[in-house]
Design a protein around this ligand. Sequence first.
Ligand code: NDP
Length: 448
Amino acid sequence: MSISQAIEKVEARYAHQPEFIQAVKEVALTIAPLYDAHPEYETFKIFERLIEPDRVIGFRINWENDKGEVQVNRGWRVQFSNALGPYKGGVRFHPTVNQSVLKFLGFEQIFKNALTGLPMGGGKGGSDFDPKGKTDNEIRRFCYAFMRELHQYVSKDIDVPAGDIGVGGREVSYMFAMYKNLTHEYGGVLTGKGVGFGGSLMRTEATGYGAVYFLENMLAAQNDSMEGKTVLVSGAGNVSLHAAEKANMLGAKVITVSDSQGTLYDESGFDQEKIDWLKKQKEQSKPLADYVEVFGGEWLAKQKPWKFKGDIAIPSATQNEVDEDDAKLMVENGIKYVAEGANMPLTAEAVDYVCLHRVHYAPGKAANAGGVAVSALEMSQNSVRQYKTFEQIDERLKAIMKNIHDCAAEASEKYGQTDNGYINYMAGANIVGFKRVADALVAYGILN
Ligand code: NDP
């Protein structure tokens, strides 16, 4: 079955899973030159095999709210591919979670993890549970109930979940406690644990910092730097605020952050004091809009950040948050670089638009791989039971992000995708990630 036939099959079979189809097509359309150069991939039906997860585990979660009422949610773990290591990928708690979203995230995760060069397969999980408006006791009871179901399918050498939207250090700690309680095992079954009980220094910062390190490499490839650049960030979560923090540290000025309620604009830029305030505000689930009373600036209810002028955009909220109209605004407003902090924040049309206008564009699987890379370092620290310093992890993260950048740029060049200095990072990243997984699968024969 050719790649185009495989796409047709996915479209017919999973018509009700639009995000998954979108992610599959993005990879399929860029790996053709690699596939043509490797007839063994076709012989072993590698693409056809990789678009079907090893398994999708679904379960029900019963838990009690503070009033003692029984609540019922749905949960899943998509174990996509363990060709390169244990399944690895976050857990998302958000009402929009369904199989399409988790399959797209799990599929992306296979190639992202491969790009890091570290031994991890790809997976993703989550629940349609909405943490908003829940008390700490309710969050704790839900996390315990979620892990009570999930624990039988995961372990440090089989499948290692982590956080994602709606799942941060607090939730990971609750889930880790339940896993430990049920299995009596103290190990690296989850990453993003608290520092002091198995967590790695810098895991919290890693995705956002890594995205900015990737950007530094993109800019350097164009003989440019972060210094003095104006940056638009979307989201106000873990990835967004740490991306803003690192951009600020490197001399850029971040003028927007956002959340599901609107956009916060500060012409003078978010310095460390303001970023610390934002982190605290979001931790306490308080409105971003309160910022204006403390620091000034402007709150734009129900609006996105892309109407402002800038040099760099780091969309870091959620999938498909940037559509073609937003992409047009970015181009009109002078954006020259887009690095995806979130997974697939640009629609396919938005990607086409920015690339057509030669905006340097880094897909999430390359730009936001720093988080999972430090998760892999957490796993190895758990195994040897020795911990590295913040500076040591930071150096590794920088080196990993540079390596991902350079490998993607080289593949773009090698497979004829670089056009007059304009690097096709999407093609390059997909080719490198796919090749590493495909070569392992060919070596295994017909077993996954
Ligand atoms: P958080 O839950 O910490 O933050 C998510 C942010 O996005 C919040 O500000 C939230 O606003 C906002 N948001 C969510 N949905 C929407 C929406 N529909 N419209 C506008 N804003 C929205 O999540 P993370 O920062 O961890 O994750 C963000 C993205 O980065 C996701 O795509 C995730 O998969 C990806 N990612 C995360 C990694 C990590 O290490 N955490 C690693 C790699 C990728 P509100 O608070 O109002 O809900």
